[in-house]
Every structure is written in C-alpha cells, then in structure tokens.
Design a protein around this ligand. Structure first.
Ligand code: FAD
Ligand code: NAD
Length: 466
C-alpha cells in the first residue's frame, strides 16, 4: 500500500453535480486535499445545467404567462394583453444557469477545490486519468450521475424527437407535443409547453401517472392535469416513432397487447426515466462492476466493495433527486474524514413543480398499509382559507400515521406551494413526530401550511374547518 503522502489528493470526486460538488466542498472544508473531475464545460451537473434549474426557470415563467394569458388574473381584477417572447424566456433560463454554475466555480476557488477538466477513467483503485493527466488519490468518490434512458428504436434528434435537454430549448411552441412517459419530467416539461400554447398528449405505459407517488395523489393529479388540457393515454406503449418532413408519427399499442393505432405530432418528448452514468469509467480496472440496473452498489456509509472507493447520487440505488445527492455528498465527505455522515433515506421528499405542486415524503398509504395498521387524515385545499382566497382550490393534504403509535409515516400533498409545505413534514418525521405533535404545533394564519395541521388533526377525526 502506497504511503499517504504519495497520493496527489486525499479525495478525488468524479463528477461535479449536486452530489459531487457538495462532496468536494465539504471534503475541502474538513481539511482534505480535494480535486473534482468534471467533463462538462461548466460545474453543477445535470441539476444546474440541464435539469432542476433550467426546468424551474421555464416552469416559473410559463406559469406567470399562463395566469396572464388564460384569464386567471381577470378574476383578481387584473386585465392583461399578453404576448409571448420565447427568446427572452429562454434568455432568463440561460442566465439562471450561467449565474448558478459560475457560483459553484467561485465556491470551488473559495474552498480550494481543484477542478480537473475532462473525463475521468480508472487506472486502478487509487488512480484515474483525466484527459491525458494521471492523478492519484487516497479516496475516490464516484458521483457521475445519470443520463436519459433511450426508447429502443427511437432516435432522439433534438429537433422533432427530443429528450429533456432538447425540450428545454425548443425554439418555437409546438402545435402538438406528445410526451412519452407520465413521470416527473413528462409532467413538468409537458406543462411548460401546454401553458405556452401547445396541445399536449401524454402516453404512459402504466395505468396511472407518477409511479411511486401515493395512489390518491396520482389519481387527483391526473384529474387536475386533464382539467388543464393535457390529454392522457394510459396503459399504452409507444412501439415506434417515424419522422418525416418535420413531423412524427407514433405507433401506439395497448400495454397489455391489442390493436395498434397512430398519433401525429410535431414534437415528441422521450421521458421514460434515466440511467446511471458508468460508460467509459473503466470500473473494472478498479475492481468494480455495476449491478443489473447499471448502478454502483454501496453500503450504508457509501463505500463500494473496493476500499477507498465511494459512490453517491444518481449513480447509486435510490431516488434520482438532487437533494438526495447533495445530502449524500456531505455524508460521504464526513465519512472519509472519519466522522459519522448519515442520510436518512426514509425521509427524502419528492416534489413535482407543476401548478399546483405535487409533493410527498415517507410511505405511500398503499405501502404503509402493507406494513401494518394505519390511520389517515385528509384535508382539502378548498377548505384552507389562504388557498381559497388566492383562487387555488385544487388539491389536498394527507397524513398517514401508525395506528398504534401515531408516529407519522408519510405526508402527501397537492397544493400550489406543496414543495415548500413538505419541508415541515420532512422535519417532523426526522424528529419522529406523531400526528398529534403536528396537530398541536401552532401554524401561522393564513397559510397553506395550516392544511398540514388540519390533515394531522383529521387523523384523529377532529379537523376544525371541514
Ligand atoms: P449529475 O447531476 O448527473 O452530475 C454528474 C456529473 O458528472 C455530470 O456533470 C457529468 O458531466 C459528470 N461526469 C459523468 N461521468 C464523468 C466522468 N467519467 N468524468 C468526469 N465527469 C463525469 N431533481 C430534483 O431533486 N429536483 C428537481 O426539480 C429536478 N429536476 C430535474 C429536471 C430535469 C429535466 C432532469 C433531467 C433532472 C431533474 N432532477 C431533479 C434530477 C437531478 O438533476 C439529479 O438527481 C441530480 O442532478 C443528480 O446529481 P448527481 O450529482 O448524482 O449527478
Ligand atoms: P420517471 O421514472 O419519473 O417517469 C418515467 C415514466 O415513463 C414512468 O411513469 C414509466 O411508467 C413511463 N414509461 C417507461 N417506459 C415507457 C414507455 N415505453 N412508454 C410509455 N411510458 C413509459 O422518469 P422521468 O420523468 O424521465 O425522470 C427521470 C428522473 O429525473 C426521475 O427519477 C426523477 O426523480 C428525476 N427528476 C426529478 C424532478 C423533480 O424532482 N421535480 C424533475 C425531473 C426529473
């Protein structure tokens, strides 16, 4: 075993997404000599460059446009004449990305993290090449993230058939966009272009959208999106996409088999999931292999089976979420430094940033019931004074608690500010709260968050406002 001093770095992180850049900064804060290899032109990974941030920039702008253009403001006494300036909308998206990715570069300099520009590939367990440079490190953290899953036989040309990156950049509003996959990306980016004027059809293989979310939430979201004008073809699979003269013809088949039909579109968004990035990493040279889902396996402390190699974020099992990657980044750096970095994977919130937002943390009612007896409290946003006053009646909050101990097992909501509301539920669950703890916590009035308190009161059958 080489002496520690022979290594170029104490920690080398591969990938500067929210997992990798956070791990690198925390490692440097803890006094470790740290480098981070990133092959993109800018830091921040999928999240800052082509994911969370640019999608939220388009969601925010298109939401305001929709409110103004589609009459939502007239009932507030605001008359508007609205015109879409798509290029400026794209400009503010690019600007947000530029500022935030530049911010990470500043944080690297401030914390003395060395950015090694280029693609990293393992030579052995303690050395990698980055471009034509060879670098050694006592610890290496794989944080290479994920990429779009391709649909067999469908070519993404980023003109007519696009992935999420192409769908963020469309130069004009499509007449008809077909979204393949009713998951988070399909619903967020489908909503953007529906708001800006496209007809949107969502084709989903399963019998309901948003797999993994609570059953009531899935059903209610589907109703809300339909009301907003998105058309759904559930239990349907796309078996072919033929492109000719700027138009696509999709072949659809019932998921369980049956007669095929066709659908025409001038834009097709493929959003059927993402897969871990390990191509070209040369994992074998380090003694590692991927599992059947293409992921790098880790233990509770983010260690791989090879001593000194760790892994976090989208490349490891678990939900592909930026905040999960960030928390793992902090924990892995603390573990490398000999501290006790922990992530509670039972309490990772999930948010779909549509209008209204769809959010949840913990168990779905279905899974909770499989595990034991539960009590459930629900409260409609229609009965929440702030939501009602703001003309935001859609949605509800649902609190699921253990029938014996009253401990909160899951909280789900559809509400315009659901993504912000869910933070209190996550914190309460992290502290092991009961539904009674939430019900007896004073919530400011009038706020949407009072609906969480009322749903918690409903667990024992005693909400006030319904
Ligand atoms: P990534 O962010 O994918 O970063 C990995 C980095 O590693 C990349 O920059 C890549 O270039 C680099 N890399 C890969 N291989 C190598 C190599 N061999 N050498 C050097 N560098 C390499 N999540 C949320 O929580 N909230 C959201 O609102 C949200 N919105 C999203 C919207 C879209 C359109 C998409 C696509 C994703 C969204 N996500 C969201 C998911 C989120 O972006 C990911 O979960 C998160 O970025 C994962 O972080 P990571 O650090 O594991 O990997
Ligand atoms: P997803 O897994 O959320 O949804 C994919 C959907 O496509 C599923 O409903 C699946 O049943 C369906 N599907 C799969 N194959 C199909 C086929 N052949 N035909 C029709 N439907 C098919 O994946 P996504 O929406 O691509 O998002 C990828 C990842 O990015 C997710 O893991 C998500 O966590 C992350 N993300 C998160 C956010 C957020 O947190 N707000 C936003 C965007 C993306």
């Amino acid at each position: 075993m080489a002496d520690e001093q022979q290594y170029d770095y104490d920690v080398l992180v591969i990938g500067a997404g929210p997992g990798g850049y956070v791990a690198a900064i925390r490692a440097a804060q803890l006094g470790l000599r740290t480098a981070c290899a990133e092959s993109r032109e800018t830091l921040g990974g999928t999240c800052l460059n082509v994911g969370c941030i640019p999608s939220k920039a388009m969601l925010h702008a298109s939401e305001l446009y929709d409110h103004a253009a589609n009459g939502a403001m007239t009932k507030l006494g605001i008359k508007t004449q609205v015109e879409l300036d798509l290029e400026t909308m794209h400009g503010q998206r690019r600007d947000a990305v530029k500022q935030l990715t530049g911010g990470i570069e500043y944080l690297f300099k401030k914390n003395k993290v060395t950015w090694l520009k280029g693609r990293a590939a393992f030579q052995d367990a303690h050395s990698v090449t980055v471009g034509d440079q060879r670098v050694t490190a006592r610890n290496i953290v794989i944080a290479t993230g994920s990429s779009v899953t391709a649909l067999p036989g469908v070519t993404i040309d980023q003109q007519v058939v696009v992935d999420s990156t192409g769908a963020l950049e469309l130069p004009r509003v499509p007449d008809h966009m077909v979204v393949i996959g009713g998951g988070v990306i399909g619903l967020e980016l489908g909503s953007v272009w529906r708001r800006l004027g496209a007809k949107v059809t969502c084709v989903e293989f399963l019998d309901q959208i948003l797999p993994g979310f609570d059953g009531d939430i899935r059903k209610e979201s589907n109703k809300i999106f339909k009301k907003q004008g998105i058309e759904f073809k559930l239990s349907t699979k796309v078996t072919n996409v033929a492109v000719e003269g700027g138009k696509a013809v999709l072949t659809l088949e019932p998921a369980q088999g049956g007669e095929a039909s066709t659908l025409e579109a001038d834009c097709v968004l493929v959003s059927i999931g993402r897969r871990p990035n390990t191509d070209g990493l040369n994992l074998e040279a380090a003694g590692l292999a991927i599992n059947q889902r293409g992921q790098v396996e880790i233990d509770h402390d983010f260690r791989t089976k090879v001593d000194g190699i760790w892994a976090i974020g989208d490349v490891v099992p678990g939900p592909m979420l930026a905040h999960k990657a960030e928390d793992e980044g902090i924990a892995v750096a603390e573990n490398i430094a000999g501290q006790h970095g922990i992530v509670n994977h039972d309490v990772i919130p999930s948010v779909v940033y549509t209008w209204p937002e769809i959010a949840g943390v913990g168990l779905t009612e279905e899974v909770a019931r499989e595990r034991g007896e539960v009590k459930v409290g629900k409260f409609p946003m229609m009965a929440n004074s702030r939501a009602k006053t703001n003309h935001e009646p859609d949605g509800f909050v649902k609190v699921i608690a253990d029938a014996q101990t009253d401990r909160v097992l899951g909280v789900w909501c559809i509400a315009t500010v659901g993504g912000t509301m869910i933070a209190q539920a996550a914190q309460a669950m992290e502290f092991g709260a009961t539904s009674e703890d939430i019900a007896y916590t004073c919530h400011a009035h009038p706020t949407h968050s009072e609906a969480i308190k009322e749903a918690a009161m409903a667990v024992t059958g005693k909400p006030i406002h319904i």
